[in-house]
Design a binder for this molecule. Structure first.
Ligand code: PMP
Length: 288
């Protein structure tokens, strides 16, 4: 496997960063997770824009321009002869001393990995996921805006560990006020009386690219969609529920906290959205 690392393509064994890199020492950096489908990178420009915004928010100067980022991402796919993959773009603060000071890290580091993706097992797309609400709250926008896709994922990892302790693969995370924010690595949607509803990003969610795609799909299919506050009750009493993410795509949820959602089977609107999503990823995107 060839990895893009600071301007060069190197073998996996040589793709190394320093133990003094603040990305490793403090989670000081930003990243993106992107999909390549049939030789097209899905919504590359949107992912690169989000990477730029994340970097701007933490006062990190990206080492590459938009054009260079785009080229390096495509070239990593080409170098590995891939047509379908999961791409991970990472920009770290770079090497510094053992203090926090980012201004003592003169050069950010950037790497791109193009790898195979492990999806949820197919049975969960067919039958839906059973998920739980975890006690760990999603970190609030006043502490660390969840709209920043930073390398600091410990909050999500605690949520993921708790999900596993309850025997679930994903979990709902609430914000400090008790409203639904998102899942540990996915955004959440419900369907109620024909309307698609998702928590507004201001409740503490990442503005997911797949979430944005579902909003576009709803417009195209003329399905009403609303971004609003959501509680666990709204999910328990919904007709349908599904999660979205670059890795998960669109995955149905049929149970939350032991309550069966709707009919207990992936709902018709979820299936319509999933089918439309699967069509889009094959035609939309940047050719590598
Ligand atoms: N929320 C979180 C916390 C995430 O890490 C992700 C990405 N895996 C998502 C939502 C979904 O975002 P996207 O659709 O851009 O992958």
């Amino acid at each position: 496997m060839k990895i893009y690392l600071d301007g060069k393509f190197v073998d996996e064994a040589d793709a190394k960063v320093s133990v003094f890199d603040h990305g490793l020492l403090y989670g000081d950096g930003v990243f993106e997770g992107i999909r390549l489908y049939g030789g097209n990178i899905f919504r590359l420009e949107e992912h690169l824009e989000r990477l730029e915004y994340s970097a701007k928010a933490i006062l990190l100067t990206l080492p590459l321009t938009r054009e260079q980022l785009s080229w390096a991402t495509c070239e990593t796919c080409r170098q590995n002869g891939l047509t379908d993959a999961y791409l991970r773009l990472v920009v770290t603060r770079g090497v510094g001393d053992l203090g926090l000071s980012p201004w003592l890290c003169p050069k950010p580091s950037m790497f791109i990995i193009a790898s195979k993706i492990t999806l949820y097992p197919q049975e969960h797309y067919d039958n839906g996921l059973a998920i739980v609400t975890v006690p760990t709250r999603r970190i609030g926008p006043a502490a660390l805006p969840p709209t920043i896709k930073s390398l600091n994922y410990l909050n999500n990892i605690l949520g993921k560990i708790e999900a596993k302790q309850f025997g679930a693969l994903e979990a709902i995370m609430l914000n400090d006020q008790g409203y639904v924010a998102e899942c540990t690595a996915d955004n959440v949607f419900i369907v109620h009386k024909g309307e698609i509803i998702t928590p507004s990003a201001s409740q503490g969610a990442l503005r997911g690219i797949t979430r944005g795609t579902v909003i576009d799909i709803a417009k195209e299919l003329k399905l009403p969609l609303r971004e609003t506050d959501m509680t666990r009750y709204d999910i328990w009493c919904a007709d349908e529920c599904f999660l979205t993410g670059s890795g998960a795509e669109v995955i149905p949820v049929v149970k939350l906290d032991g309550r069966v959602i709707g009919s207990g089977k992936p709902g018709p609107i979820t299936q319509q959205v999933l089918a439309s999503f699967r069509r889009r990823v094959l035609v939309e995107g940047t050719k590598i």
